[in-house]
Design a protein around this ligand. Sequence first.
Ligand SMILES: Cc1cc2nc3c(=O)[nH]c(=O)nc-3n(C[C@H](O)[C@H](O)[C@H](O)COP(=O)(O)OP(=O)(O)OC[C@H]3O[C@@H](n4cnc5c(N)ncnc54)[C@H](O)[C@@H]3O)c2cc1C
Length: 403
Amino acid sequence: MDSPPAVDLAGILPAIREFMQRDVVARAEQAFLHQPFRVVRPQLETLRHQVQAWGLWAPHVPVAWGGLGLPLRDFAHVSEVLGRSPIGHYLFNCQAPDVGNMELLLTHGTPDQQERYLGPLVRGEIRSCFSMTEPANPGSNPVWLDTTATRDGADYVINGHKWFTSAADGAAFAIVMAITNPEARPHARASQVIVPTDTPGFIRMRNIPVMGEPGEDYASHAEIRYENCRVPQTHLLGAEGAGFALAQERLGPGRIHHCMRWIGICERAFDLMCSRAVQRELAPGMPLGSRQTVQNWIAESRAEINAARFLVLDAAAKIDQAGATAAREEISLIKFYVAGVLGAVLDRAIQVHGALGLTDDIPLAYWYRHERGARIYDGPDEVHKSVVARQILRNYGLDVPRE
Ligand SMILES: Cc1cc2nc3c(=O)[nH]c(=O)nc-3n(C[C@H](O)[C@H](O)[C@H](O)COP(=O)(O)OP(=O)(O)OC[C@H]3O[C@@H](n4cnc5c(N)ncnc54)[C@H](O)[C@@H]3O)c2cc1C
C-alpha cells in the first residue's frame, strides 16, 4: 500500500454490517436470487452509488486511487462481512476477477494503462475479466497453454481458445495469458496482455451454463476465441515472459479474498442453520435443535469456521509482512482447507432446512451451486495439498520434484 488507510477498521465494520443486513440481505438479495442479473443491475447500481457516497468504496484500493487503502489483513475482515450475501463484494467494487486485475494494474501497469484501465475500473465505470484457462489444456498445469501472442510490427496478434473467463459478458477488457516466448523455459514462456473486448477477433462464443444456470452479465463464465486479435505491444502487462510470475502474484492475495468471502458465506449459513434449528419443530415442543445430530453439526461447524478464520488471518498477516512468495505454504493450506469447510457447512445447513434448503428463498442453494467450484478454481485441492506436503517433506530431507 502506498499510503496509510483512509479509515480505521473498527470504525467502518459496524456500518458495513448494518448496511449488509438492512439493505442487502433483507432486500436486494431476494431480487438477485430470483431474477436475471441484467434486471437487477439498476437496483444494484443504486446501492453501489450509496456505498460510494458513504466513502466505503473499493476498500482494498490505495487512498491515492480513491479506495480505503486497507492492508490485506484488514480487508480480510471486510471481505468476511461482504461475503454474507452473494452480491456483497460487487456492491463495494471488490469483486473477483476485478479485484485481482486492479492489483495487477496497480503493481505492474504503465501510467497509460493505469489511466485507461485502472482508473475506470476503480471508479466502477467498467468491469474486466481474466482469461487464462483453456478447454484443451489442464488449468491445474498453468504453464501448458496453446494461446499465442505473436509480435507483428508494433502489435501482438493473439490466437487461442479460452473458457471459464468469468464475468467476460459486459467486461470492457480482458487480461489474457498467452505464449510470447515459446523457446524459453516453461515458466517464462507466457505474458499477460490487456485486450479490450471490442477488439476485432475477440469473440465471446457463449456464456457457459453452470449447474443449471445460464449465467449473464457479471454473473457468468464465458468461452472465448481469440482469432487474429490485434493489440498494440504497449498493452503488455509487466515484462514479456513474466505472465506466470504475475499470475502467481495475483493469486496470493486473491486466495485471501476468496477464503474470507467463503468464511462470510459459512457464517451466514451457520446463522440460518441455528435459526432453523430453534424455530422448526419436529413435534410440538420438540425443536430440531434438540436432536443431537443437529447439535453435532452446529458444534462441528463452529469449530471449523473459527479454525478457518485463524488460518486465513495468519496467512494474510504473513503476506502483508513478507510477501506472497514467503507465504506460499500458508496460502495453499487455506485454499483447500477453507474450501472444504465451506462445502461441509453449506451441506449441513441445507440438510437442517430440509426441502426449504434446496429453494432460492434462502441463498444456501445458490452457494451450493456456485461454490462447488471453490475446490477447483484458483487451483484444485489436490494441487494445493501437494504444494503443502512437498514443502513439509523438504524440511525432513525429501525433495519431491513437481509432477
Ligand atoms: C467457477 C469457476 C470460475 C473460474 N474462473 C476463471 C477465470 O476467471 N479465468 C480463468 O482463466 N479460469 C477460470 N476458471 C478455471 C479454473 O482456474 C480451472 O478450472 C482450474 O485451474 C482447474 O483446471 P481444469 O478445470 O482444466 O481442471 P484439470 O487441470 O483438468 O484438473 C482436473 C482435476 O484433476 C485433478 N488434478 C489436477 N492436478 C492434479 C495433481 N497435481 N494431483 C492430483 N490431482 C490433480 C483435480 O481433482 C482436478 O480437479 C474458473 C473455474 C471455475 C470452476
